[in-house]
Design a protein around this ligand. Structure first.
Ligand code: ZN
Length: 200
């Protein structure tokens, strides 16, 4: 996973074993909710443009935590994992879902993935809470990747998740800021995101 705590100099991520981070905020939150708040099934949606390899590994064999990651295809972007056939292991088989996007993909491809890939899976899984690894580095003005999301599509995605939360989790949704390196775009993206959370 690519969390907010990002060690300087580790951008290339060599030998770190996961993303850009030391701690996986979403994973800690999921386990905390289960241990302290009696939450059973957790859905983690990771739309950071890099695959959430840390989160995937942590919950690979865990059927109670459904992990969905949408990211630029691993052939083209670090960390090189997150192919469609990575679906979990053992008891966790089927509780990992990867949607790798080809370079140049944008709003249309993302909308299709959320509607046709994620939504049916969520309907089957029926989470009790949704955690969002909200990475804004798939924006077309962020030079981290070749994914071309618009600001409007980020809002569309977030509204979609709030809708899912209202349907399945009684509105329970927690969002964690992940990547996002366009200083020109991050303010509007973060503002829209929080507005949707407040109004959802
Ligand atoms: Zn990222």
């Amino acid at each position: 996973a690519f969390c907010a705590i990002r060690p300087p100099g580790h951008h290339a991520g060599r030998n770190v074993g996961m993303g850009f981070c030391l701690l996986n905020n979403a994973a800690v939150a999921a386990r905390y909710l289960q241990a302290r708040h009696g939450v059973g099934k957790v859905l983690i949606v990771d739309w950071d443009v890099h695959h959430g390899n840390g989160t995937q590994n942590i919950f690979l064999e865990d059927p109670a935590v459904f992990f969905f990651s949408i990211h630029e295809h691993p052939t083209f972007l670090y960390p090189g994992t997150g192919r469609r056939w990575e679906i979990g292991k053992g008891k966790g088989e089927g509780a990992t879902l990867n949607a790798p996007m080809a370079p140049g993909a944008g709003d249309a491809e993302y909308r299709t993935a959320f509607e046709r890939t994620l939504e049916p899976a969520v309907a089957r899984f029926r989470p009790e809470i949704i955690l969002v690894s909200a990475g804004f580095d798939a924006h077309r003005d962020d030079d981290m990747s070749d994914i071309q999301l618009s600001t409007e599509c980020y809002s569309w995605i977030m509204k979609k998740l709030v809708e899912m939360a209202n349907t399945y989790t009684g509105g329970r949704l927690i969002s964690v800021l992940e990547g996002g390196y366009s200083l020109r775009r991050l303010p509007e993206l973060a503002r829209n995101h929080v507005e949707i959370l407040l109004n959802g």
